[in-house]
Design a protein around this ligand. Structure first.
Ligand code: NAD
Length: 502
């Protein structure tokens, strides 16, 4: 069985661990590889190496670091096809979606290429008579990224391009279900000229993460995953003196106003709810209407479209059209999602389209479920309250705009949200009042570009700073402010005992 190893100090290192985790091709349901969980000694070794590499890397000029990022960007582009195939093989998402994921990661690399400009700091000439003040942004040291299964390329690339460009070293702990991509990223960074030890990958589970969270030499942890884990990582990491940004789960609402174009909105919801089989933190699994007439029209428009959705293996056969979405990540997750659909029926939601048991022909062993649509979902139902993370869309019929806003704002998650309308006033009110970190106006998946920042509100994110963009630079640097005066030989000042003022 092919084994995925750690990548430490510029090379793959055969694992000494004894705990193996199976890696499946979710489209076939067959195990294709295994990954070994790291031993505590291996985790410590990665920290030793990253700590040692920090000494030189942190002193390398930002321009030189940017040049390595430029080279890495070129290598990524040259390898897009093989990288996308690897994502599809282990995650299951369709090939064009894997390309999309890589592109969104690449955009952060492009942003990091501008690091000499981003690290310029501030300068105040003559802040006092003969006194200047300047501030610099210095790297933190060893930083860690703990990432989820659903974006094996993009989420790590939200983090490490900026961490490295700022002069930190980085240890990536990817999800154990689809870990191979992380090794390819490490190899391409090395090929781009990144010195050994600056970027390392350790595989493992929560026990390995716990070591990293408590390790004194680790200065910052970026986390993306479920909310239970995010809250835990934020609490423990902070207790152990680290900077932590921890992004958690989501339940994003799309508000469909009576004046929305129903056909365009149904299409937008279709992509946002069922793309990547719903395994996206910025998916839109809930559509809210404020009157029954709009809800009826929306259900009528969606029903045939959901029934016609095509799901199957992510790489199309020669001459065939690509599927709309692929399988779920594991058999266990398939069982969870199927369980949620059972629960929705049990709790009284109207099942308009049932995807349970729908297996694509020839891929019966894959972890597939068809697109599922519920109407009359209510606030009390489990399928409303919890994140399903599958191809399941629910319609909630609110009683007016105010009621819809309370519904959205009272939900414990506040990652993204969207409004579909042609009324500028309603859109503005929504954007202003809604309690979520990322808002779309007729844009179903408002994932900000790399030069803005990504982050949710409420239980969708813990920590003061968002990921990537200007917040990413702030997260991965500490500010130092220097106040300077050069001696004037003609003036010798007396000793001053009061608080200096300028
Ligand atoms: P997960 O929480 O099971 O695992 C994510 C990472 O956390 C893994 O690397 C895992 O090793 C680690 N982990 C798990 N439990 C831990 C614990 N108790 N302590 C420390 N580390 C722990 O999540 P997943 O199933 O891989 O990913 C899906 C989840 O990620 C969904 O909830 C989704 O909404 C969320 N997600 C959020 C965002 C966002 O930007 N908010 C983006 C992508 C995914």
């Amino acid at each position: 069985m092919e084994t995925v190893h750690n990548f430490i100090n510029g090379k793959q290192v055969a694992s000494k661990g004894t705990k193996a985790w199976p890696i499946y091709n979710p489209a076939t349901g067959k195990q294709i590889r295994q990954v070994m969980m790291s031993t505590p000694e291996e985790v410590n070794e990665a920290v030793d190496v990253a700590q040692a590499a920090f000494k030189e890397w942190s002193k390398t000029s930002p321009l030189r670091r940017a040049r390595i990022m430029f080279k890495f960007k070129t290598l990524l582009e040259e390898n897009f096809d093989s990288l996308a195939r690897l994502i599809t093989e282990e995650h299951g998402k369709v090939y064009s979606d894997s390309i999309g994921e890589l592109t969104r990661g690449l955009e952060v690399v492009e942003f990091a290429c501008g690091i000499p400009h981003l690290l310029k700091g501030e300068f105040s000439e003559q802040a006092g008579r003969g006194i200047d003040i300047h501030s610099t942004m210095q790297p933190l040291g060893v930083t860690v990224g703990i990432t989820p299964f659903n974006f094996p390329a993009m989420v790590p690339m939200w983090m490490f391009p900026i961490a490295l460009a700022c002069g930190n070293t980085f240890i990536l702990k990817p999800a154990k279900t689809d870990p191979s991509l992380s090794i390819r990223l490490a190899e391409l960074l090395k090929e781009a000229g990144l010195p050994d030890g600056v970027f390392n990958v350790v595989h493992g589970d929560r026990h390995d993460n716990e070591i990293l969270l408590r390790e004194e030499r680790v200065k910052a942890v970026s986390f993306v995953g479920s909310t239970t884990a995010a809250a835990h990582v934020h609490k423990v990491g902070s207790e152990f003196g680290k900077r932590v940004q921890a992004l958690g789960a989501a339940k994003n609402h799309g508000l469909v106003m009576p004046d929305a174009d129903i056909e365009a909105t149904a299409n937008a919801l279709l992509g946002a709810a069922y793309g990547a089989a719903g395994e996206r933190c910025m998916a839109l699994p809930i559509a809210v209407t404020i009157d029954d007439a709009t809800a009826d029209k929306l259900v009528a428009a969606l029903k045939p479209k959901v029934e016609a959705l095509r799901h199957g293996p992510g790489i199309p056969k020669e001459g065939e059209k690509e599927m709309d979405f692929g399988p779920l990540i594991t058999k266990q997750h398939l069982d969870n999602v199927t369980g949620y659909v059972d629960k929705g029926v049990e709790e009284g939601a109207t099942l308009v389209v049932d995807g349970r048991g729908k297996k694509p022909q020839g891929a019966e062993e894959g972890f597939f479920i068809g697109g599922t649509l519920f109407d009359h979902v209510t606030e009390e139902m489990t399928i409303y309250k919890e994140e399903i993370f599958g191809p399941v869309l629910g319609i909630v019929r609110a009683k007016g705009f105010k009621d819809a806003m309370s519904l959205i704002n009272d939900h414990p998650f506040g990652n993204g949200t969207a409004i579909f309308t042609s009324d500028g006033g309603a859109a503005r009110e929504f954007a202003y009042d809604v309690q979520a970190g990322m808002v779309g106006i007729n844009v179903p998946i408002p994932v900000p570009m790399a030069f803005h920042c990504f982050g949710g509100w409420k239980h969708s994110a813990y920590g003061a700073l968002n990921v990537y963009g200007p917040d990413g630079v702030r997260f991965y640097t500490k500010m130092k402010t220097v106040t300077s005066r050069w001696p004037n030989p003609k003036v010798i000042e007396d000793a001053a005992f009061s608080m200096p003022t300028l």
